[in-house]
Design a protein around this ligand. Structure first.
Ligand SMILES: Nc1ncnc2c1ncn2[C@@H]1O[C@H](COP(=O)(O)OP(=O)(O)OP(=O)(O)O)[C@@H](O)[C@H]1O
Ligand SMILES: [Mg+2]
Length: 272
């Protein structure tokens, strides 16, 4: 029995959109009827956990129920404790999502090796690309792979072995472009070229993530997403495109959806 499909959001560089993307994917999957568990491995910042706490608080305040994920922060000290906690916490779930801290971290490395889908959000910037590989200053060609890329390479090799042993799938490594849309055309072409070249060298695929929008920062205190705004009838026309890009982000991850199931917590009547 292979257990839940594990999605790990990892990038050793800070502030690239791991937590924001993780929350949106978790909620997006819940809206499609999946049972989702989310574990925050960043016990210091706890962004994912706090987002989902804010969401629970909004549900209480407004007396509504929304599709969502069960969530927890892992505070244990050993890899064995993490594995045990994960197995118990995500029992019966379709997906187990991990948000990891933006630095080298033993737990993050461990869950990366066990990922079915590894998601690395990157901002459209050579500063972020540097995490995966160095680009030549004159030609913008990829010169050298980074330590992180080597690490993931190693993780995938280990994963391939457990794939055979445990009958799990191969790891799908997806680099998700986050906060796109704020760079000028020429820069964008160079970024495209470098990223495509990197993807061939390192073996990841590229998916479109969320574009740069203030709304993604503003939703945090309420813990809502644009899917909820739509559900609650509060979605302005200016955000229709954004909601669509959120749906496409989830679709682009090519995740194995469970058989048709109604969203667990369909809106149970808003506040009168
Ligand atoms: N698509 C977006 N549009 C606008 N702002 C964004 C977007 N994605 C992320 N942000 C903002 O960028 C900042 C960093 O995002 P986030 O916390 O998701 O990154 P992270 O990779 O989890 O960071 P850390 O490595 O510190 O955990 C936050 O202020 C967040 O609100
Ligand atoms: Mg984070």
């Amino acid at each position: 029995m292979p257990g839940p499909h594990r999605i790990v959001f990892a990038n050793e560089k800070g502030g690239t959109g791991k937590s924001t993307t993780a929350v949106h994917v978790a909620i997006g999957l819940a809206y499609q009827g999946a049972k989702v568990a989310a574990i925050d491995l960043d016990a210091r910042q706890r962004t994912l956990h706090r987002y989902l706490e804010n969401r629970a608080e909004t549900e209480r305040r407004r007396a509504i129920r929304l599709p969502g994920a069960q969530f927890a922060v892992f505070r244990g000290e050993t890899i064995e404790a993490l594995d045990q906690f994960s197995d118990e916490f995500a029992q019966d779930c379709d997906f187990l999502i991990y948000d990891t801290p933006g630095r080298d971290d033993a737990f993050a490395r461990h869950v990366a090796t066990r990922a079915d889908t590894l998601v690395t959000p990157l901002n459209d910037s050579f500063v972020d690309f540097d995490l995966i590989g160095q680009v030549d200053a004159e030609t913008f060609k990829v010169r050298k792979l980074s330590f992180y890329a080597e690490l993931i390479w190693e993780a995938r090799k280990q994963r391939a072995m457990s794939t055979i042993r445990e009958g799990r799938r191969q790891m799908d490594w997806v680099v998700v472009r986050n906060r796109s849309g704020h760079v000028e055309m020429r820069n964008m072409r160079r970024l495209d070229q470098a990223l495509t070249e990197l993807s061939k060298r390192v073996g990841f695929r590229i998916a479109q993530g969320l574009s740069e929008r203030v709304i993604y920062r503003e939703l945090f205190p309420s813990g809502l997403t644009l899917l909820d705004k739509g559900q609650l009838g509060e979605l302005g026309t200016s955000h229709l495109v954004a909601r669509q890009e959120l749906r496409e982000l989830v679709a682009g991850l090519n995740l194995p959806m469970p058989g048709a199931r109604e969203p667990e917590l369909a809106l149970a009547g808003g506040r009168a």
